[in-house]
Ligand binder design. Sequence first.
Ligand SMILES: C[S@@+](CC[C@H](N)C(=O)[O-])C[C@H]1O[C@@H](n2cnc3c(N)ncnc32)[C@H](O)[C@@H]1O
Length: 255
Amino acid sequence: MSPEIHSTKDGSSTLYSDQFEQFYHNPNGAATESIHVFFETSGLTEHLKKGKSLAVLEVGFGTGLNFLLLADLLIECKINIPVRFYSIEAFPIDTETAKGFDFTGHIKNQELNSILPEVFDKIKPGMNMLGPIDELDLELHLFYGSFDEFRPDNLQVDYIFHDPFSPEVNEELWTMETFLKLHSLSKLETVLATYCAASKARGAMCAAGWHVARAQGALGKREMTLASLSKEKLKGFKRVNEERLAHRYTTDDFD
Ligand SMILES: C[S@@+](CC[C@H](N)C(=O)[O-])C[C@H]1O[C@@H](n2cnc3c(N)ncnc32)[C@H](O)[C@@H]1O
């Protein structure tokens, strides 16, 4: 059964998953939270404005909103550098659902609205490539399969959008093993961003060797999380007690 479309408080669409019993986004504003967590707080928008090429890995393609926001930003800022967006999705939605999305208030280039239905129309198990998109040097590499099955050759990304459902319902994507795998797909300067602020999730990151910091959450949420293999990249953010959280995680002190 297709997930049902809902409008969030900033006017952008989200879905409700009966399978995970959770919304895909913050009901207070899907697009607003995405921009805050993955584009602004992570430093990605700044990175792009410096004209640096970019590779992103997203865990959980969902509606495709983050990819749409990135394409819109590139057009809006007239950034024409190589951008590769890798994303993983085990349960893609159907084309008709994607046609019902309304992100119009949050993207400036309305011609992009046809991208998501096209992506879901063409998707096949395994790796799917779409692009270049419009006049941009932007490619989408969408893996239809589970995170476990995703085994790319030589992939090292600059940013990770860690966007599964919450740890309570999507536990397998918040383990030390998950963050070890993401570590192996990262460079020293890679920044991982997530809306989640749960101590156990942070403990799993620390146990996998990430430096971890708190940041201001979106839309009234107290905190979100940033992680990097480089302490420098987290400068200006308050780091968690990594040793203590890693110890708590590895001794099952969160259960
Ligand atoms: C919170 S939603 C993602 C929201 C998305 N980034 C967006 O902007 O719409 C989480 C997504 O992760 C997917 N997912 C859950 N478990 C997964 C797994 N083990 N492997 C791959 N995808 C998974 C779900 O199907 C869902 O689409």
